[in-house]
Structures are given as structure tokens and as C-alpha cells.
Design a protein around this ligand. Structure first.
Ligand code: PGA
Length: 304
């Protein structure tokens, strides 16, 4: 009996995550389905592929070999798919894009226009934080990445696209609202809502606070900019957010504080792995992205 491609995909996903549950989530399957597929696959192979020590799932030696084999099989298949869509030109194909969380305020809009121009193209958009994006780069999971501070230790081709100013956001009732040029030391002991570890925004905020010896009182850590906005509005504290996350709509429940050294001027860039052969689709999107963002500000960035 031969392993099916589906079984290999399920196995590769579970091995990559070290978890059946997360593989099930990624593949939109149930956890028992993942477990059955892997059981059948190890029966076909004739060896166990995973072992469980305590709560942790490990690949066996055979499992490890199979994982490497699967990765090259799927990479080859991706290449093949790319050749076919290149032959078909821009009428069909898939774009794998991954961005940091703050980009979700502008990337989907751009994708909308892009898809109108090229309706045959399917897009997979992964939105996650900076650290997770780095991991995806190292696993060569996507065509293009959009983030601030592209990692130095990965060989990348990088092109700046759009500015990402980080601003201090408070509820309108906060005593510092309306004051001009607030000394950064005024943030000392403020109740603060911080992004999760691994977030690029958090990294930038911590670097600035360390530099100016600011000690905020971290009340809450949240992995979502939207949740942070709700928490600020609910009076849990202040935070630092990308100005894009306050995207031009009227916010009566949030205010930007005029604190010295802010906005922290970040720059988003589009990046791809240096050795990567970009598909026609990815190349076209790259040019599209650079051309439409080739001006200082996006229209929805104005927020007072
Ligand atoms: P993040 O984004 O906080 O979602 O990691 C940071 C960035 O702009 O690179």
C-alpha cells in the first residue's frame, strides 16, 4: 500500500507544529481525522512516526526522515504549480502572503483592488506577529512578507513600502489628553496594555522605554490590536499602537497623546527570501504593492 498525498500533507503539518490539534486547525480537519490519517500512514510505513513523552509530541527517527522527505515533495509540487501558473500567465495562480498584525489595516484593501484586476488569482494571507513571521521565513512558507525591521540573520531582498508610525493611545478621559509635547517621563507608572512577546510593536516600545528609563505598569498583555483598542476604551490603561490601526474612522473613545519621542517612526517593507524564484503572480503583486504605496501617507492615515 502507498501513502496518499493527503496523508503525507497531514503528517507534514503535524510534524511542523509538533501537534495534532494545530495540524487539524491549519488543515480544517478534526483532531481525530488527523490522528487516524497518521495512524494509517505509520501502518503503511511500518514504523511509528511520533512518540509522546509526557505531554510533548516528538518525531521518531523514521518520522524525522519522512518529515524531510515530505518537505522536499511539497516544495517540488509548489514549484511545479508555479511553473504551470507561470505558463498560464496572470490568469491563474496562488499568492502566499504573510504580514504582521498591524498590516491588516491596509493589506486587505490593497488585495481587494489587486483581485479585481486579476480575478483568477487565489490569495492566502497569513496575519501574525513579527516573531512568527520570522519563523515562516525560515521555513520558506510564503512568497512575500510585509513587516517592519526585516530580520538581519535571514538573507532577504527588501523593499520599503509604507511608514508605520506608532503612537500613544489613551481613553479621552485621560488627564494627559490635550496636553502638548508631554515629557516621556510622564508615562512612568501609567497603567499600560502591552502587545504579546514576539510582537515587533512591543519590541519597538520596549526599546524606547529602556532608552528613556520609562517604567510603565503593565496591566494586561494582548495579542490583538483590536482588543487593545477595546481595553483602552474600557479604561484599563494606555498603549502604543500603529497609527494605521486607528484607520481614519471617527474614534470618540480613543485619543492620541502628544508624547515626546512619539510617533516611533517604523517603516514597513516587503521582503522575500534572496534565493527564491518569485512566481509571475508574486512578482506582479510585488510591483503592484510598491507602485500603490509609493507615496508618503495612505489616505486613511489621518487621525486627530
Ligand atoms: P507586530 O508588528 O507588532 O504585529 O509584530 C510589528 C511590525 O510592524 O513589524
Amino acid at each position: 500500500m502507498q501513502p496518499t498525498l493527503h496523508q503525507l500533507k497531514v503528517f507534514e503539518t503535524a510534524a511542523r507544529h509538533g501537534s495534532f490539534t494545530r495540524a487539524a486547525e491549519e488543515l480544517y480537519l478534526t483532531q481525530p481525522t488527523v490522528s487516524i490519517q497518521i495512524k494509517q500512514l505509520s501502518k503503511t510505513v511500518g514504523f511509528p512516526l511520533f512518540e509522546k513523552l509526557g505531554k510533548q509530541l516528538y518525531l521518531t527517527e523514521v518520522g524525522n526522515r519522512l518529515f524531510t522527505t515530505c518537505q522536499s515533495i511539497f516544495e517540488e509540487l509548489d514549484q511545479f504549480e508555479m511553473i504551470v501558473s507561470d505558463l498560464q500567465g496572470m490568469t491563474q495562480g496562488k499568492l502566499h502572503l504573510a504580514t504582521v498584525t498591524t498590516c491588516k489595516y491596509f493589506v486587505p484593501r490593497l488585495l481587494g483592488n489587486f483581485c479585481d484586476q486579476y480575478p483568477g488569482i487565489d490569495i492566502s494571507l497569513k496575519i501574525t506577529n513579527h516573531l512568527q513571521l520570522e519563523k515562516r521565513m525560515m521555513e520558506n512558507r510564503d512568497d512575500l512578507y510585509i513587516l517592519s525591521h526585516p530580520p538581519q540573520h535571514i538573507d532577504l531582498k527588501v523593499q520599503p513600502v509604507i511608514k508605520n508610525p506608532l503612537v500613544v493611545v489613551a481613553p479621552p478621559s485621560h488627564p494627559l489628553v490635550g496636553q502638548k509635547n508631554i515629557d516621556i517621563s510622564a508615562l512612568n507608572n501609567q497603567r499600560f496594555i502591552m502587545r504579546e512577546p514576539g510582537s515587533g510593536t512591543r519590541h519597538a516600545v520596549q526599546a524606547l522605554f529602556n532608552k528613556h528609563k520609562v517604567n510603565v505598569e503593565i496591566k494586561l498583555e494582548l495579542g490583538s490590536n483590536e482588543a487593545i483598542k477595546q481595553a483602552i476604551a474600557g479604561g484599563l490603561g494606555i498603549s502604543v499602537l500603529s497609527r494605521h490601526s486607528l484607520n481614519g474612522r471617527e474614534y470618540t473613545d480613543l485619543a492620541i497623546l502628544d508624547v515626546e519621542h512619539f510617533p516611533i517612526e517604523q517603516q514597513w517593507s516587503v521582503a522575500y527570501l534572496s534565493g527564491k524564484h518569485l512566481s509571475v503572480v508574486a512578482e506582479t503583486f510585488l510591483h503592484y504593492l510598491v507602485s500603490v504605496t509609493d507615496h508618503a501617507e495612505m489616505p486613511w492615515m489621518h487621525f486627530k
